[in-house]
Design a protein around this ligand. Structure first.
Ligand code: UDP
Ligand code: MG
Length: 328
């Protein structure tokens, strides 16, 4: 058989849509395997779902027609979050080329064909580039846009704008990715970090097929913050920058005060309550914010040095391939 292609799908409470996802993925991969002589595996990672997702996945594993690829189910012991679930799938996937895709059909599986073509043409990574995001609302759209621009300005890795985790990665990039030990994972930033030949494949992002987005605004904000702090030390320099600006301001103001004393003999006539309050509260909050930022980086160091495993697999409920050693 030719190349093995793995498709990794993290699933958290996706019972409403997972059957449709499975059907569409199978259709796409069957046609790919017919036209390009590829073998495939669908790696579903159940990220501690509380609904019927797991039993549906196990059903796919059992009923998947023989000789046309296979369905692998990885069941995590609890909800570990999207990025960790995806990491688990990427580690278990054995493919020469591995595709990461969301379970909710927002990323159309048909795009995989084009990604695979890029892979054949020699690209190491083919990443999905979103044209538009219907159904996300203007605010989410604008926020995402601003965030990606900000991120690429303050980090040294060139993280492509408007990409999610939908991408195809070949074995040599995947091996590097899997060997990256960090506990705080931001995969859409880690893949560009690796380098090699990475090419965009643009597509229109669909509305979520059904069910709800698992990312609330606060989680989205968390992910954004994660992206910034794991790729940049710039926030740590914030204290410097603000400190210098305020020092400059103080110098000018100090000159003004000295001049007043020299000219008027004293500063007794100047009322100062309001400006004093503003200065104190402003500097107080700046100090608290920078302290919080420091704390964030320290917490991150703490999480890394604990060296806990990234995720825990529940073997009893997983349907892993018989031979767990990676190919090749
Ligand atoms: N997901 C997961 N664990 C979580 C949250 C989400 O595995 O804790 C999966 C989810 O099932 C989906 C993908 O991650 O396949 C993206 O989630 P979602 O569609 O909710 O995110 P959005 O598209 O709104 O960014
Ligand atoms: Mg989604």
């Amino acid at each position: 058989m030719g190349t093995l292609v793995s498709v990794v799908v993290p699933c958290y409470n996706e019972a409403a849509v997972i059957d449709a996802t499975y059907q569409r993925l199978t259709t796409v991969m069957d046609s790919l395997s017919a036209s390009k002589d590829v073998d495939y595996e669908l790696v579903f990672v159940n990220d501690g779902s509380q609904d019927q997702t797991l039993s549906l996945l196990q059903g796919f594993h059992a009923s998947h027609p023989k000789g046309r690829g296979q369905v692998v189910v990885v069941c995590l012991a609890r909800n570990f979050g999207h990025q960790v679930a995806l990491s688990a799938g990427l580690e278990i996937a054995r493919g020469d080329a591995v595709v990461a895709i969301d379970a909710d059909l927002q990323d159309p599986p048909e795009v995989i064909e084009e990604m695979y073509q890029r892979y054949l043409d020699g690209a190491d990574v083919a990443y999905g580039l979103r044209n538009q995001r219907p159904g996300d609302g203007v605010f989410k759209w604008a926020a995402t846009r601003v965030f990606y621009r900000l991120l690429s300005r303050i980090t040294r890795v060139d993280i492509p704008l408007d990409t999610g985790d939908f991408r195809l990665i070949n074995r040599r990039v995947l091996d590097v990715l899997n060997s990256m030990p960090e506990r705080h994972r931001y995969i859409r930033g880690m893949v560009p970090w690796v380098g090699f030949r990475q090419e965009p494949v643009s597509y229109d992002r669909d509305r979520r097929h059904s069910g709800e987005s698992k990312y609330s605004y606060s989680r989205l904000f968390g992910l954004a913050f994660e992206g910034i702090t794991s790729f940049s030390h710039t926030p740590l320099r914030l204290a410097y920058i603000i400190g210098f600006v305020v020092a400059l301001f103080c110098l000018i103001y100090g000159g003004f005060v000295v001049a007043t004393v020299l000219i008027q003999g004293s500063t007794d006539g100047i009322k100062g309550w309001a400006s004093m309050m503003v200065a104190i509260t402003f500097l107080g909050s700046v100090q608290l914010i920078t302290l919080g930022l420091l704390g964030d980086y320290i917490g991150r160091i703490y999480d890394e040095v604990k060296r806990r495993p990234l995720y825990v697999v529940n073997d009893d409920q997983s349907r892993l391939p018989p031979d767990p050693t990676p190919r090749g």
